[in-house]
Write a protein that binds this ligand. Structure first.
Ligand code: ATP
Ligand code: ATP
Ligand code: MG
Ligand code: MG
Length: 289
């Protein structure tokens, strides 16, 4: 009612622009501002609502843009640079500090997934808002914390991350999503270990690729063990499992403090299996909503 009244007054004033100018000089609103509101307001209707469906788990995944090149430009150790992995986790922790409704984050390589409560009301559940605020906070935090993890190395250029938001309608779908990312971590890690060990032993990139073509998991295990004396299962969990971040003070893991504005959060980063039941059965609150 009040709004309709305002619109009518504005349109009346618009017609009587002489009167409008007079009113504006009487310090109601700046003339341009009143004109802008009355004449251009309709463009707002081009904004399409994009609410996340009720009762679904909103998951935002960010991924580094062209990090193959970024990792070369910054001399990342291959196959895994621990400083870079820890910097990713520091940036993800900062995102959790900003958004209390994120219950869990899972990351590996140059990606992190953020799981919001299925009943979150943050940003009125607007997908573009959730997705963009996560990737923005992540990117600025990555740059902000760079010096802590790479004290000797200047950032060569500003890194970028993309993001997407996907809705998972039930707990099983959500768990399968997270399992999919952890399986991806395992597959890539095993390939990368073999690839870089072959390169470090003197093969070219092309020759190493050829050597690994068509090999299965068992073949790669065998190659690592027989040629390089590496037992894959003894490699660091950080590399094989990735990192899961949760808010739980009673956990044993790497404690990290995510800080953003006045919010401070204590979170725990674990390098553990999230595919099996155990992780979830020990923490029923995570899927409680
Ligand atoms: P896109 O822009 O399509 O995502 P990308 O080059 O980032 O392209 P990804 O599939 O995301 O491709 O892979 C990320 C790459 O970044 C890895 O293949 C690896 O080369 C590099 N990388 C990321 N993190 C690390 C790390 N901690 N240590 C070493 N290399 C890393
Ligand atoms: P939201 O998170 O919902 O966007 P917000 O506080 O950012 O909340 P906006 O509508 O985006 O609200 O308004 C941005 C506010 O930031 C302005 O109202 C103003 O107070 C302040 N602001 C932004 N830029 C400047 C500037 N250059 N100089 C002074 N104040 C500014
Ligand atoms: Mg990438
Ligand atoms: Mg990636």
């Amino acid at each position: 009612m009040l709004f309709a009244g305002r619109v009518m007054v504005r349109s009346f004033l618009h017609k009587k622009s002489g009167l409008l100018q007079n009113l504006c000089t009487l310090k109601t609103l700046p003339y341009e501002q009143v004109m802008t509101h009355s004449q251009y307001d309709y463009v707002k209707s081009f904004e399409i609502p994009d609410p996340c469906l009720p009762n679904c788990w909103p998951v935002v995944r960010i991924d580094g843009k062209n990090f193959h090149k970024f990792s070369t430009a910054h001399n990342f150790e291959k196959p895994n640079d621990d400083r870079a992995l820890k910097l990713m986790t520091a940036a993800a922790t900062s995102v959790m500090g900003l958004l209390n409704d994120i219950v869990l984050a899972y990351g590996q390589s140059d990606e992190y997934s953020f799981v919001f409560k299925k009943k979150t009301k943050a940003y009125n559940r607007r997908a573009s808002k959730l997705s963009s605020v996560v990737v923005s906070q992540f990117s600025t935090s990555y740059v902000y914390h760079w010096k802590k993890y790479f004290p000797e190395l200047e950032l060569q250029y500003p890194p970028a991350f993309d993001s997407r938001l996907v809705l998972y309608p039930c707990d099983k779908n959500l768990r399968d999503y997270l399992s999919w990312r952890q399986v991806d971590c395992h597959i890539n890690n095993m390939y990368n270990y073999c690839f870089w060990k072959l390169v470090q032993s003197g093969l070219t990139h092309m020759e190493s690729q050829e050597r690994l073509k068509g090999t299965l998991s068992g073949d790669k295990n065998e190659l690592l063990f027989s040629q390089f004396g590496i037992n894959y299962n003894n490699l660091p969990q950080l590399h094989r499992k990735g990192t899961v971040i949760i808010r739980d003070k009673s956990e044993n893991g790497d404690c990290a403090h995510g800080k953003s504005g006045k919010d401070k959060v204590t979170v725990v980063a674990l390098n553990t299996d999230i595919i099996g039941k155990q992780f979830w059965e020990e923490r029923p609150h995570l899927l409680a909503g």
